[in-house]
Structure formats: C-alpha cells, structure tokens
Design a protein around this ligand. Structure first.
Ligand SMILES: NC(=O)c1ccc[n+]([C@@H]2O[C@H](COP(=O)([O-])OP(=O)(O)OC[C@H]3O[C@@H](n4cnc5c(N)ncnc54)[C@H](O)[C@@H]3O)[C@@H](O)[C@H]2O)c1
Length: 193
C-alpha cells in the first residue's frame, strides 16, 4: 500500500493505459479521479475502482479546455482533497502523411496531448506549490525519440511533452522515488534504446 491515502488525478483514465494506471494506483491504496472526456466510461471505471476499497470519482474533462481543467481540479479538491499525484495520460492520434495532414489534425493532437498536459500541470502545480509536495507523471511515446511516418503531429506533441516535463521536473509518485526528478523512463520492450 505504497500510495495509501494519496489522491491521484489521472486524465484519460476511463480506458486503456490510463485505466490500468488508475487500477494500479488504487491497488496501492490511492484514491483516484478518473478525468475523461467520455464521462459514461469514466463513471463505469470509477465504480470498478471503488470495489477495490478506495474512493474514486469520475470527472468530465476535456484537457484542452482551460475552463474545464480549472473546474475539474476544483471538483477534485472539493471531493477528494489535496492533489498528491497528477498523471497526464489523455492522448489521441490523427495519423496521416504530412502532405495530407490537415491543420485540424495537427491542432487536435497538439491541443490534447501537449496543451492539455500544460493546462493540467499548471493547475496542479499551483495546488502542489501550496501543499509543498506533489508528483506529476506524463505519458510520452517512443515516437518522440524515433519519429514515425504518418505521425508528425503525434511525435511532435510527445517530444514537446518531454521538454515540458523536464522543465517542470517533478516525476514519480511513491516516496521511494523522491530522489528521481526530471527523467525520461523508457518502457517500450526494446523498441528504442
Ligand atoms: N497504446 C499505446 O501503444 C501507447 C504507446 C505509447 C504511448 N501511449 C500514450 O498513452 C496514453 C494512453 O493511450 P491509450 O492507448 O490507453 O489510449 P486510449 O485511446 O485507449 O485512451 C485514451 C483516453 O483518453 C480520453 N481522451 C481523449 N481525448 C480526451 C480529452 N480531450 N480530454 C480528456 N480525455 C480524453 C479517451 O476518452 C480515452 O479514455 C496516450 O497519451 C498515448 O499517446 C500509448
């Protein structure tokens, strides 16, 4: 129970990797907010997580909207308390070759993957600075390092996220990891070394 009574705000946690992170943190005793644009799925996931014996809350959130982000953090602090951990996980792809990529494909990916991380981190850092503690984890991708044909927007968003993360330089969420900060940790089965 390494995260007992910690509160985690996880974006895009209704399904996929975000949901697995939420379940993993809940199993370690954390209360988790499932902040997702898909509120129906978020509610189902929050319900599943409550069965693990922790508090869980579904929050409707479009990470690319400043107004939504401010409201979501305010709901979180009202209902759960201090934000101990933020996981910037929400992400999308709009893949196509550069010459066919529409401006809206570029904007959608940058706005959700990169600007969303900026907006959520900014809101969390304001609270964490007052608390004098907090951890932020952001989910990047191997393509930030390798590039990938058809993913100019996605690779750029994920590479940008690393620069943003290093600048914020808060990193992992358990007390054992207090001495690690501003690092990129590769979890990719050897796709990139
Ligand atoms: N799946 C992979 O192989 C892989 C590899 C490397 C990195 N990643 C990254 O991991 C993260 C999760 O990937 P996944 O495969 O679980 O994705 P997924 O598509 O299964 O889940 C993404 C979640 O984000 C939510 N979401 C989408 N737009 C949103 C928005 N504007 N605001 C809030 N929530 C929003 C979706 O509703 C969904 O629940 C992403 O950032 C992705 O780029 C995934």
């Amino acid at each position: 129970m390494r995260l007992k009574d910690r509160n985690a705000f996880i974006t895009g946690a209704a399904q996929g990797i975000g949901k697995s992170i939420a379940m993993g943190m809940a199993r370690e005793g954390a209360n988790v907010a499932i902040a997702d644009i898909n509120i129906e799925s978020a509610e189902e996931t929050a319900q599943e997580i409550k069965e693990l014996g922790v508090n869980s809350l579904a929050i409707k959130l479009d990470v690319s909207s400043q107004e939504d982000v401010a409201k979501a953090f305010s709901t979180f602090t009202d209902k759960l308390g201090p934000v101990d951990i933020l996981v910037n996980n929400a992400g999308i792809t709009r893949d196509t070759l550069l010459m066919r990529m529409k401006e809206e494909d570029w904007d959608a990916v940058i706005n959700i993957n990169l600007k969303g991380t900026f907006l959520c981190s900014k809101e969390a850092v304001k609270l964490m600075a007052k608390q004098r503690q907090g951890k932020i984890i952001s989910i990047s991708s191997v393509v930030a390092f390798m590039g990938n044909p058809g993913q100019a927007n996605y690779s750029a968003s994920k590479a940008g996220l690393i620069g943003l993360t290093k600048t914020i330089a808060k990193f992992l969420s358990s007390a054992e990891a207090d001495y690690i900060t501003g690092q990129v940790i590769h979890v990719n089965g050897g796709m990139y070394m």
